[in-house]
Design a protein around this ligand. Structure first.
Ligand code: MG
Length: 707
């Protein structure tokens, strides 16, 4: 039985995911298949003697999706290529749109009408085939699920207006004029609809979240091999072969491969993997003490100083001397610590000061040995380590978070069938009124309804507002990776916040030897405006909870300083996650702000995740929002901006709808029934359609002007 994770292309919604999963599970030889929509992959277990990945790919392609079975192609690469293609299509479509508009406004009226129409036909056809093909493919896919989305309406209105215009180009004169009717073409509408909607898609695509990179960086924290001590021998083995109870050796600068318990009381000096006996000192130079060196240096410097001929030389000596003695000072501190094993556990605790670990104490996979050579007994290996737990949570949280369904798609479910029904009703109304004599008007009105109701304005309403919102946030040093995040920040009513690196700036000068006796103010300081930021959050209705891996006194001290009422100390990554989940269970929309790997689990499960720009890459990868700089007031700013943006989206959608409500009866020719001898011409239908799109864009740009 073979097990493999294969990237899937073309899945857009939960419906697609269910469809792919059902088809995969229906293939002969596939034991089990589970689709993860967030990472756009399918985990498949199959009998390789009965089915091959090629066969699965073939089967999935038949449903309109694709499997990436070549190992060397990454999803990111494919997505980048798809984005580049989309951008190219938008540019080409704009060129087509401008050409067609120029022809329909100029050439059509002054030149040869037939030639002008035939030219537009070629351009419109090229536009559909090259730029708009995907809408037709998707509409067909939706139709096979007996469903409809915005793509359906785009395909329908461009398709129908193209076909009808083609008919008119060749037979318009013979058919309509014989019946005493004027006729026209809608090639411009057919082109412009695709141009506008594609532009909206491009804007939306620019703000897409990539989830896979976070998991990859977390996995990168785990070393591939470990050094196992067996008697006098130290052997390097693949990490997968490590067993519980193995004695593992880790040297300075290396990552600890699995969780375990320290066995050496002091640093074990080693050379080429062999233990050196106690008479050897930790460094090559023997018992190296800084003091005699310093005295020696002082003597020579003094001598040089006295010998110096002029003041320039003297001051030069003085500065050289002070540099050298400060280096010696540092060296002396270092050498005094050399017989300890100290470990950078910031990954787990978020605290930058390395911790001294003695025999019997726990060490964790992914943490880094700073000083000394560590020996420990492996306790939790493979999927049982704390790091594996973090990776699993991040993976699961991201996998289970279905992409938020776009408001437009929800509307489309009702809107599209309604428009189609209205269009058909329009046709029947006219036809019923005058039979064959009214047929031209019936068709004209039905097509007008489709063109005018086309969702260009709806398709632009959300992305343009989001684009302006995200741009505005970036100007305020708030980087928003995921458009849905901007929509969701405004709902936040509880914020779990990390301390070190997030609320406070650790003092990196503090050395390990003295860290235990320091007062909180000496190790670190509160970020400027932190208290004000917390106050603003409270005013916005957000309750703040501080969770820190630090000691009780420090946590209580800083909570008091920042004005935070709820706090917990010495928490593990799991506790932060539990806190987020607990608040979610209580019905809160929970935000999480942190900077470290120890925060990633909580960041992954939170409704709104905010990383600090100076933090670890993994935290930034997981989080939807990254704050550049140190000003925490950007969090309340982000909430306000989210409120403004969503307000703008609703406004845009409202106007796009009002517009449809007014224009559809006009397009259907309803005034005609009330004695007005006026009917909308196709040119007006497409001009109005374009106008509504432009007005939505202009409305979104207003957001830029607000503070
Ligand atoms: Mg931290």
């Amino acid at each position: 039985m073979e097990k493999r994770t294969i990237p899937v292309l073309g899945m857009m919604c939960a419906g697609c995911a269910a469809n792919v999963e059902r088809r995969m599970n229906g293939i002969e030889g596939v034991e089990r298949a589970a689709v993860n929509l967030a990472t756009r992959t399918v985990l498949v277990e199959y009998d390789e003697t009965r089915v091959s990945p090629e066969k699965m790919k073939e089967e999935i392609e038949r449903a309109g999706y694709d499997l990436v079975i070549e190992e060397d192609r990454s999803v990111a690469e494919i997505e980048n290529r798809a984005y580049a293609l989309l951008r190219r299509r938008v540019v080409v479509s704009w060129v087509f749109a401008l050409l067609v508009m120029a022809i329909s406004m100029g050439w059509l009226h002054i030149g040869n009408r037939d030639v002008a129409n035939q030219t537009m036909l070629i351009i419109a056809l090229a536009n559909i085939v090259y730029c708009g093909r995907q809408f037709f493919v998707n509409a067909w896919r939706q139709l096979t699920h007996a469903s409809a989305n915005m793509d359906t309406l785009v395909a329908l209105s461009t398709g129908v207006s193209f076909l009808f215009s083609t008919f008119n180009t060749f037979w318009g004169e013979r058919y309509w004029e014989a019946r005493g009717m004027v006729w026209d073409t809608w090639f411009d509408a057919s082109v412009m609809i695709i141009t506008f909607v594609l532009t909206g898609r491009l804007l939306e695509n620019r703000a897409k979240n990539s989830t896979a990179s976070a998991i990859r960086s977390l996995m990168g924290l785990q070393p591939k091999t470990a050094r196992v001590v067996e008697g006098d021998d130290v052997n390097e083995v693949p990490i997968a072969t490590l067993q519980r109870g193995d004695i593992v050796e880790v040297r300075p600068g290396e990552k600890i491969p699995v969780d375990g318990i320290v066995v050496n009381e002091k640093n074990i000096p080693t050379e080429n993997g062999k233990q050196i006996t106690e008479r050897h000192s930790p460094t090559e130079n023997g018992e190296l003490s800084a003091r005699p060196w310093s005295l020696c240096l002082q003597r020579t410097e003094r001598y040089d100083y006295v010998q110096a001929r002029n003041t320039d030389e003297k001051s030069n000596h003085t500065s050289q001397f002070s540099t050298l003695s400060s280096q010696l000072e540092q060296f002396s501190t270092l050498s005094s610590q050399l017989d300890h094993v100290s470990i950078d556990e910031s990954m787990i605790t978020g605290e930058p000061v390395p911790a001294v670990r003695k025999a019997g104490e726990k060490v964790f996979a992914g943490t880094i040995v700073k000083q000394g050579t560590l020996r420990f007994k492996a306790q939790a290996v493979g999927k049982d380590t704390l790091l594996a737990g973090i990776i699993r949570t991040v993976q699961e949280a991201q996998g289970s978070k279905a992409p938020v369904q776009r408001v437009v798609d929800k509307i489309a479910l009702i809107f599209v069938p309604t428009v189609v029904v209205l269009s058909v009703l329009t046709f029947l109304l006219w036809w019923g009124r005058g039979g064959e004599y009214m047929l031209p008007r019936a068709i004209l009105s039905a097509v007008n309804v489709l063109v005018i109701a086309c969702p260009c304005a709806l398709g632009l309403a959300t992305p343009t507002a989001l684009m302006v919102g995200i741009g505005k946030a970036a100007k305020k040093n708030i980087l928003i990776k995921d458009a849905t995040a901007l929509e969701s920040i405004r709902k936040m009513d509880a914020l779990v916040i990390d301390k070190t690196g997030t609320l406070t700036i650790p003092n990196e000068q503090v050395d390990l030897a003295h860290s235990a006796e320091l007062q909180p103010e000496e190790r670190e300081q509160l970020k400027p405006h932190a208290r004000e930021a917390m106050e603003q959050l409270r005013q916005l209705g957000v309750e703040v909870y501080m969770m820190s891996g630090d000691k009780e006194e420090a946590v209580a001290f800083w909570a008091e300083k920042a004005g935070i009422g709820h706090y917990r100390w010495q928490v593990l990554p799991q506790d932060k996650e539990d806190m987020v989940r607990q608040l979610q269970a209580d019905g809160h929309h929970v935000g999480m702000t942190g900077d470290g790997i120890n925060d990633t689990q909580a960041l992954a499960v939170a409704d709104v995740s905010i990383a600090m720009g100076k933090g670890t890459d993994v935290a930034m990868d997981v989080a939807q929002v990254t704050l550049m700089g140190t000003d925490l007031r950007r969090i309340p700013d982000a909430i306000r901006l989210s409120k403004q943006t969503v307000g703008m989206i609703h406004q845009n959608l409202f106007w796009a709808f009002i517009y449809n409500i007014i224009c559809i009866p006009l397009a259907a020719g309803i005034p005609f029934f009330f004695g007005f001898h006026w009917q909308m011409t196709p040119m007006w239908a497409s001009a109005l359609m374009a106008f509504s799109s432009v007005s939505v864009v202009l409305n979104s740009l207003r957001l830029k002007a607000t503070t």
